[in-house]
Design a binder for this molecule. Sequence first.
Ligand code: GLY
Ligand code: MN
Ligand code: MN
Length: 489
Amino acid sequence: MRSSLYVQFFLIILIFNISLLHAQIADVIPEKLNPSFHASRRQALREELPLNSCAVFFSNPIRNRSNDVDYPYHQDPDLYYLTGFTEEDAVFMIFKENVKIGNDTTNEVLFVQERNPHTEMWVGKRMGPYEAKKYLGIKLVLNAFQLDSIKSNLKNLQTILYYDLPEDIRNENYNKTDLFDLVNKFNKMEKPVWLSSDKQHVHATENSIYFPKDRHETLDSLMGELRQLKQPEELEILKKAINISCLAQIEVMKAVTPDMSEREIQGMHEFIHKKFGAGEEGYPSILGGGSNACVLHYTSNNKNKVGNNLVLMDVGAEYGGYTADVTRTIPANGKFSEEEKKIYALVLKAQNAGIEKCQPGQEFKAPHKAALEVISNGLLELGIIKTKEDARKYFPHGTSHYLGLDVHDKGNYGKLQPGMVITVEPGIYITENSDCDKKWWGIGVRIEDDILITEKGWENLSVLAPREVEEIEKLIKEESFFNKVLLRE
Ligand code: GLY
Ligand code: MN
Ligand code: MN
């Protein structure tokens, strides 16, 4: 009788703790991908692995900002894609076949930091193995100090695929199982004979890789094959990131005035992102007024007044790990000048030509070729260049990249396929003192949209943010609640 009371009490406490954790997990923004999504991605990778092999993924290192302050932590996107795990100091291993680790038979194992009330008081809750297994659905989760338990498994494999091991890792002297220790331990473990390839290390007994001769896979290309095709669950989250970014572009168009600083405009974008649950940006926001728009990856954003100039705004909300990448270029005073309008119209025409090439079966470079052709002809007509080849002086970057967990997402740059999301982002940048009439100097324009390749063609996921000159000029005339917030004297 007494012992059954104990059991009941224990069960009540256990259920209370689990439901508390569940409530905590359900009560965070943004929403997360379902564990079944990550499980399906693990299975998809497993199917592509060589026989008798394992792939190893370390968590991203913590990066120090200064003294005892770190940058916000960002998980390695491959590890996140395969597990949903967002904590630091972890390593995930996925095996082709079942292996025996201790008493468990499994084809995957995640090593995580153990729970520790003292640490958690400072840095927040950790999952620990029990909850990671329960909530992420990974078959085996162990404490990081148990890494040695896979020693004999590694030795008996034919192939181990892993990326270059993380460097520049801090060695916490109070933690003997941090990333530094995990990497060192792994490094010392006996492995099959070494083969190397560009972006990864492949360890294998000689001539034992089962890939056919014409198949030159790397871990990077295997992950690229998977990540370049977005699953419906991913698209749902990515679309939300993009919608939030478009909404910010719209609100900023309504609010912008020539006496605003670049930073103020950046802040308005990022406020809207956060308001809708995007914790961060997928890359440092690019807010360039006037000739700053000609700096491709301008991030200082410290011009005091953008003035009567174009403002290039390349800003992407990151929601649920997925990032948007949207650029709009607008006149701060509400009206494009004649020269600005001509350059803007040319970039828009090039972008539309690029978007039209976003069809399944087209080469990855097809949108770029189409956009470059339009810009080359247009710059010739405007007398800005004398030969078509000179167009690259003013349009020096590519037109497209994959988009997803990374802003420049993984993918294999083959033919376009339904389910891919790519950017189409031509631009023209005419720096001061360029070799053309000075009426063009200081004009920088980029227009960037996020395009989903569909069975029939394409869908512009960032269509919500206006691109046409008239639409933009009309929107700038509207009032924004931001103008009622007196950030300035
Ligand atoms: N925001 C970086 C890029 O457009 O690629
Ligand atoms: Mn981009
Ligand atoms: Mn961009």
